[in-house]
Structure formats: C-alpha cells, structure tokens
Design a protein around this ligand. Structure first.
Ligand code: SAH
Length: 225
C-alpha cells in the first residue's frame, strides 16, 4: 500500500518547505488567490532547480539555474500570477522562460502559454521538465521576446520575467484591448514591478513593488556587457 510506505527524509523536508512557502511567504503576505495557491502547492519547484539547490527549492529567494540566470522567488511568481487574473480562456505570452517554473504555473491556470527564451539550453531544459510533468499547453520558442511573437496575433495576458527599461513597444502592440501585462521596469539593478491594463490602446500602469530581475537582452533590453 502506497500510503503505508515509509517516506524518505528528503520528501518530508520538501513537504515542510513547501508548506512554509505557502503559509509564510505567500498567504502570510498578500497572496489570496486560491487557484494560484493551489497550483503553487501542486507544482514541484524542486524539479526546476539544479540538484545542488534542491534543498533550497522552496526558499523565498531567487536561485541560480545556470547560464547566469535565476529562477524567480516564489513570492514574486505568485504575485505576478495573481496580478494577471488568469482564467481558462486566457492566452498568455511569457518573455523569459528560464527554468520553466513560472511557465508551468501559468499553464495550469490559462488556456495556452507561448513562451520565449533567448538561451536555447534553458528553453530545451524547461521543455523537457514540462513534458515530464505532463504540461501540454505550452509552445516554446528561442528568440528575442522583446520583439514579441513573430506571427501577428494578440494575447490576453503578457508577463515579462526579465528587467526592461520600458515596456517593449511590440509587447504593447500584442496585448489585446482590456488585456493585462506584468513586468519589471526600470534600471539594470533594481526595478518597479508594474501591472498594466490596456485601455483604448494605451497602457494604464500601476506600481506593485520594488524588485530585482536579471536583465532583458536584445533590441528592447539593456546592452549586454
Ligand atoms: N520565469 C523564469 C525567470 C527566468 S530569469 C523562472 O522563474 O525561471 C529571466 C529569463 O529571461 C532568463 O532565462 C533570460 O535568459 C531570459 N531573457 C533575457 N532576455 C530575453 C529576451 N530578450 N527574450 C527572451 N528571454 C530573455
């Protein structure tokens, strides 16, 4: 019987870390959306981090994922997801696939996610993990996400998970009327996490919190050193 099987110390440790993340770092702050909390309880964050960081997978801090990039801290993933007010009719564009953790959370709440990553090794690895988890409503692309998705279409929601000086113009154009966008906007070191709604063709922005993301590269990002 599966229930009677002894549980490994590792599983117990991960489960208590996951519980602490939910109770202390998410519910203990301002994450109230039950669907976001449920999906983050169900998505195994440990499979998205390198094995060296396994024991820290649920700590409320960003962790290295290789290629000088990071997986965002759980609170920021939850806040960005909650801000998008997703439903199962939403088509989402994500810029910065990274580990694929945020992608998996979005995919479980939306109709379909299109995700763009400049680094092929990260995109490939994220695709592999999501396939393993049985997430099948994601389309991956390697390229400059600041330029949007090359085919002309509009998205109900757009999420940018790398810091940009401004909301890239192609993303503004690809957001549907009434659609929501969330992105870290500002300098290369610190940014303001902004939520924006497209009203009569213009973005109405509000500040959510200060944040620190890795830099967006490419035509609408910061120059790489
Ligand atoms: N949401 C991811 C965050 C990854 S960090 C996670 O939680 O794992 C941001 C990612 O954006 C990095 O993987 C980086 O390579 C990618 N990135 C930077 N500039 C980009 C661009 N112009 N287009 C697409 N991805 C970009």
């Amino acid at each position: 019987m599966i229930d009677a099987m002894p549980r490994s110390h590792e599983n117990d440790m991960l489960e208590s870390a996951r519980r602490r993340m939910l109770d202390h770092d998410l519910r203990g702050r301002d994450i109230t959306d039950r669907d976001v909390l449920r999906v983050m309880a169900e998505t195994p964050r440990e499979v998205f981090v390198p094995s060296d960081y396994f024991s820290q997978a649920y700590a409320d801090k960003p962790l290295p994922i290789g290629s000088d990039q990071t997986i965002s801290q759980p609170y920021i993933v939850a806040l960005m997801t909650q801000t998008l007010r997703l439903g199962n009719a939403c088509d989402v564009l994500e810029i910065g696939t990274g580990s694929g953790y945020q992608t998996a959370v979005l995919a479980r709440l939306a109709r379909h996610v299109w995700t763009i990553e400049t680094l092929a090794e990260l995109s490939d690895s994220a695709q592999h993990v999501l396939e393993h988890l049985g997430v099948d409503n994601v389309t991956f692309r390697v390229g400059d996400g600041g330029c949007g998705w090359p085919e002309e279409r509009q998205f109900d929601r757009i999420i940018v998970t790398a810091a940009a000086p401004d909301v890239p113009e192609p993303l503004q154009a690809q957001l549907a009327e009434g659609g929501l966008l969330v992105a870290p906007i500002g300098g290369g070191h610190t940014q303001s996490l902004i939520a924006a709604e497209k009203c009569q063709g213009k973005l109405i922005e509000r500040h959510l919190c200060g944040c620190r993301f890795v830099k967006l590269r490419g035509a609408h990002g910061f120059e790489t050193s």
